[in-house]
Design a protein around this ligand. Structure first.
Ligand code: FPP
Length: 251
């Protein structure tokens, strides 16, 4: 039986989040410029989006550009923004054909104008699609997102729309970029390239996520690797603070 057939479709993670890492190292191995790795990374993006949609995963969030990535050499940042614009433009019809909705989280206003414009257009054009939601984290960092949520909650209190004692976990969740779009917490977080860090990604939302780390560099991560990650996830017992016995008796 191959990997795909072993996947239990009834126990799929509803939301998978991925830290796509290793494009630069992959390019270096090939004695190419870093941007070459990002271009190849787009092929992995397409394959993994298709793989998730075929399986029936409802949400896929990709860490495409972090707040910290702005500090990379200008040439690489410009190349990445151009690649984003071109990819979003070229792939929106395919997203629609597959009934996939595009969404984005992060400080989108800090993106170059043409990039944010292309993104907003793609979000609008795919807004009625219902098969899967693809979320791009762009100019995103979790601490920035939590800071924004804190500020917006404080503003609501200041305006008398909410009292300080009413603020709870749900208030924070609802004011995050994900919460405002109705995106549930990820059950599975994948990071490629052998790094075992969370790097300021969805810190609040991954409270109960299963982590899957692989040495595979992102440009080489394709559907079979996605299937391995899901199978690994399905082999784990998710206890949410309960005991193993409590979980078994509630089944
Ligand atoms: C990490 O590899 C990758 C990024 C910072 C960018 C990811 C972007 C893409 C795959 C292309 C655009 C994506 C979409 C969704 C259209 P790295 O450069 O940090 O690699 P390294 O750690 O080996 O240097």
């Amino acid at each position: 039986m191959d990997q795909l057939q072993k996947i239990d479709k009834k126990k799929l993670p509803r939301h998978i989040a991925i830290i796509m890492d290793g494009n630069g190292r992959w390019a270096k191995q090939k004695e190419e410029e870093r941007i070459f790795g990002h271009h190849e990374g787009v092929k992995s993006v397409k394959d993994v989006v298709e793989g998730c949609a075929e399986l029936g995963v409802q949400y896929l969030t990709l860490y495409a550009f972090s707040t910290e990535n702005w500090n990379r050499p200008k040439e690489e940042v410009d190349g990445l923004m151009e690649l984003l614009v071109r990819t979003i433009h070229a792939e929106t019809p395919t997203l629609s054909k597959n009934n996939i909705r595009l969404q984005a989280i992060g400080d989108l206003e800090s993106l170059p104008n043409n990039c944010n414009k292309e993104l907003q257009e793609a979000i609008r054009n795919t807004s009625g699609n219902t098969n899967m939601t693809l979320v791009l984290a762009l100019s995103y960092s979790s601490r920035w997102e939590i800071g924004q949520a804190a500020k917006n909650i404080a503003l609501q209190v200041q305006r008398g729309l909410l009292t300080a004692t009413e603020v709870n976990e749900k208030t924070v969740t609802d004011h995050l970029g994900t919460g405002m779009l109705g995106i549930p917490d990820p059950e599975l977080l994948i990071r490629t390239s052998g790094e075992r860090r969370v790097s300021n990604f969805l810190l609040w939302q991954i409270a109960y996520a299963e982590f899957y780390f692989t040495d595979t560099l992102w440009p080489e991560f394709r559907k079979p690797d996605l299937y391995s990650a899901i199978l690994d996830y399905q082999s784990r017992e998710r206890r949410f603070g309960l005991t193993s016995e409590q979980i078994s008796s509630s089944k």
